[in-house]
Ligand binder design. Structure first.
Ligand code: C2E
Ligand code: MG
Ligand code: MG
Length: 757
């Protein structure tokens, strides 16, 4: 009730009662007391009574009012104190925004929310607004406005606010507007709560759920009794079971039966003891396929440490196992031939060495290198080269028995590890492998002849570890190559030293080529019948600053291996042509000058151009130049050699087969070769005239030459008997120390036949 109305009522009531008292009192006194003095006394008494009553009434009213006021004030104070205690106690921030003045009351909790000391709180609206996250600011202000405009029942929004530590806090604010009777918004009061932790928990939960759904690992959750309560999509992908198939069931549905009960017992023991178990396990898919998986199971406990769930995470290992197997195979095998590679060979050697030590056994490592394989690649292309490598691998494999293992070391190198105590097994195997190469290879519609060289290192004699064994076999291989290829050689300690010196010789030879240390020597060739010197053979020498004159046998193999032979032979060719031109110009009557052509150079290509250039630059007629090609070089790759010989012949130069008798030429092939001369190898001349075998060979070569219309030269004649024997058997020319040693042009000069002037 309106307090003013109440006061008015009471006052009016008092006025009426006081007036009645006065009026009725006057009337009654006048009736009772007629005497004026008495009447006056009673009238005064009545007035005093009225005053006394009024004072009493006033007292009572004031007393009642003051008491009420006191009670109210006390109640308000109590209430205020309780409210402030409550506001202090709650972590939430309470705010009260006066929409007309834009002053805001922030509770102490609010100060806490934004990290401000309470005393720094003001009632400024900007205290809040300025702290809003720029990305949230517009949205939250719009939400406030909507609510003030009456579009929403209440303000309910989430936003970020700047904390004094520089970071942002997530706030959940709820508030409501208070309006006057006309509906105008007066104030908005509300509560703000820091939900940062809750948000991050939610984020984590959301992320965990996303991981759970998206992970490649299968997930299976059971309750404490082992009943499946949850699976993820990868579970279905891996096992083939949809969630509905398994929910409520037991994981044993996945059992493959590959593991025995002892396995599962151990798994459960570990799980119960440690709370986790990891391991490989074979399961069965819905399709029935059994597959390996890597599984991790964890027991989950609640806050009271009671077991609530088991979570199993697993990944399918089948493709990994497959690719591991493939990778393992690739890492240990040569892709072209499928043979074990160097890595696997090393492992096998290690095993063989260990076995040999254990069982007092032994064996050999044979390193096999294809002779001149590079030329095949260069001339016929790499794909033909690859096919040839495969064919060679097959042929080598055919020669092996169960004591041997073949590997490809790379390029044109193979190796065989042989486990046998008997040394002759190694040499007979080496011989077998060499002979296996005799037959031609039919590759890519081409006939290719291929020889191999072998280096053999024995264990435990030569080496007791893999590295040494391989190094020694390599050294032996080098020796085999240096001795003329298509051979095998065993390792001896000197070989290692020789291999080392090879490297040094190569460097020195390079230096020699650059610093004019090479010399050209000439050895006369005589007509046996007339005794006349008809030509010379050019032979290279190395004028070494310390070692003196070095014979070609010591550096030609190195030059061939390193490729320096091209430069060397080109140099010799140029020098020889120039010298011949000079001699001819000086009136010396020589028919030819012979130049040796390395088999390497011979099959490398470009020889024809080089010869033509040398002739042109020296202005020498081609028929004065004779090229000596060794028999083995021609036979190694006959078809290619034949083509080149034809081209050289077209140039007009003379062609001779050097060291004839050592290269196993077939008559069929010899017949097709467009050459002019055969040079009987000095090995067959040495035994003449007494050695019957040498004599037979020498005679056969001469007869062969004659029958084919070829001239025959005998090399290495050291005594007149040899010359006489050869003349008797119609050999055309002779060369050897008896006629003259290889010497520089200058010292040869005196003996050179001059044209009659
Ligand atoms: P080759 O072409 O068969 O040369 C003949 C070799 O026999 C020469 O050895 C020569 O000195 C030697 N000789 C000649 N007459 C006699 C003799 O009566 N008794 C003995 N015991 N030996 C005699 P050299 O000069 O040491 O050459 C050896 C081999 O080196 C040559 O054999 C040839 O294949 C190669 N060679 C030499 N010079 C060159 C060259 O410039 N380029 C190439 N690629 N190879 C060369
Ligand atoms: Mg020669
Ligand atoms: Mg010779």
């Amino acid at each position: 009730m309106d307090p003013r109305l109440n006061a008015l009522r009471i006052s009016l009531l008092y006025l009426v009662l006081a007036s009645l008292w006065m009026l009725l009192g006057d009337h009654w006194l006048q009736m009772v007391f007629t005497e004026p003095a008495q009447l006056l006394r009673w009238t005064t008494a009545r007035t005093l009574a009225l005053l006394g009553g009024s004072a009493l009434l006033l007292f009572l009213l004031l007393h009642w009012q003051f008491r009420r006021h006191h009670v109210t004030v006390n109640a308000l104070a109590d209430h205020g104190e309780r409210l402030s205690r409550a506001l202090n106690a709650v972590e939430d921030g309470v705010w009260d925004w006066d929409l007309r003045t834009h002053r805001v009351y922030y509770s102490p909790g609010y100060a806490n929310l934004i990290g401000l000391p309470c005393e720094h709180l003001s009632d400024d609206f900007l205290l809040w607004e300025n702290r809003l996250h720029p990305e949230d600011r517009n949205a939250i202000l719009a939400a406030c406005k909507d609510h003030i405009d009456g579009l929403n029942d209440q303000l309910d929004c989430v936003y970020r606010i700047l904390h004094s530590d520089g970071g942002y806090r997530w706030i959940h604010a709820r508030g409501r507007v208070e309006r006057d009777a006309s509906g105008e918004a007066l104030r908005m009061t509300g509560v703000s709560r820091d939900i940062t932790r809750q948000r991050s928990n939610e984020d984590h939960l959301r992320q965990a759920a996303a991981v759970f759904e998206a992970t490649q690992e299968g997930l299976l959750v059971t309750d404490s009794r082992g009943i499946i309560v949850h699976t993820n999509p990868s579970f279905s992908r891996i096992t083939g079971y949809q969630a509905d198939d398994v929910l409520g069931g037991q994981p044993s549905i996945l059992k493959s039966g590959r593991q025995d009960t002892a396995f599962y017992r151990r798994m459960w023991e570990t799980l119960l003891r440690d709370g986790v178990w990891s391991g490989e396990i074979w399961n069965r898919r819905k399709s029935g396929e059994v597959y390996p998986q890597w599984q991790h199971i964890r027991a989950v406990r609640n806050d009271q440490d009671q077991l609530t769930h088991y979570v199993a995470v697993f990944s399918d290992l089948s493709s990994l196992k497959r690719s591991q197997h493939e990778l393992d195979f690739l890492a240990h095998h040569d892709p072209l031939t499928g043979l074990p590679n160097r890595l696997l060979l090393r492992e096998r050697i290690e095993q063989a060495l260990a076995r040999a030590e254990r069982e007092q056994g032994g064996g050999a490592l044979l390193v096999i290198d294809l002779d001149h394989f590079k030329h095949i690649n260069d001339s016929l292309g790499h794909s033909t080269g690859d096919l040839l490598i495969k064919a060679v691998a097959e042929r080598l494999q055919d020669c092996l028995d169960e004591r041997c293992a073949l590997a490809r070391l790379g390029g044109d190198e193979f190796a065989v590890i042989l486990e046998s105590r008997q040394q002759q097994h190694a040499s007979s195997l080496a011989q077998r492998l060499l002979e296996a190469m005799n037959a031609a290879f039919e590759v890519d519609e081409q006939t290719i002849y291929m020889s191999v060289s072998l280096g053999v290192s024995l264990f435990p004699e030569d080496a007791s570890n893999v590295d040494h064994l391989m190094q020694h076999a390599d050294a032996a291989l080098f020796q085999a190559k240096a001795s003329g290829r298509s051979l095998y050689a065993f390792y001896t300690p000197e070989l290692t030293a020789r291999a080392r010196s090879h490297v040094q010789v190569e460097a020195a030879l390079r230096h020699a080529l650059d610093h004019d240390e090479l010399r050209i020597y000439f050895q006369p060739v005589h007509d046996l019948a007339s005794g006349r010197m008809v030509g010379v053979e050019s032979l290279v020498r190395w004028q070494h600053p310390q070692r003196g004159l070095v014979p070609p046998s010591e550096f030609i193999p190195v030059a061939e291996e390193s490729g320096l032979i091209t430069a060397l032979d080109t140099w010799m060719l140029d020098q020889a042509c120039r010298q011949m031109r000079a001699w001819l110009d000086a009136g010396i009557s020589l028919d030819f000058i012979a130049v040796n052509v390395s088999s390497r150079l011979f099959s490398r290509g470009g020889l024809e151009e080089r010869v033509a250039l040398a002739l042109e630059q020296s202005d020498l007629a081609p028929h004065h130049l004779e090229l000596e090609i060794t028999e083995s070089a021609v036979m190694q790759n006959f078809d290619q050699a034949l083509e080149l010989l034809c081209q050289l012949r077209l140039l007009g130069v003379q062609l001779a087969i050097d060291d004839f008798g050592t290269g196993y030429s077939s008559l069929m092939r010899l017949k097709r070769m467009p050459v002019h001369k055969l040079k009987i190898d000095q090995g067959f001349v040495a035994g003449l005239p007494d050695d019957a075998e040498d004599a037979a060979i020498a005679c056969a070569v001469v007869a062969l030459g004659q029958s084919m219309g070829l001239q025959v030269v005998a090399e290495g004649i050291e005594c007149p008997d040899q010359a006489a024997f050869l003349l008797t058997h119609a050999c055309d020319f002779g060369q050897g120390y008896w006629y003259g040693k290889p010497q520089p042009a200058q010292s040869l000069l005196a003996n050179l036949p001059r044209n009659p002037t």
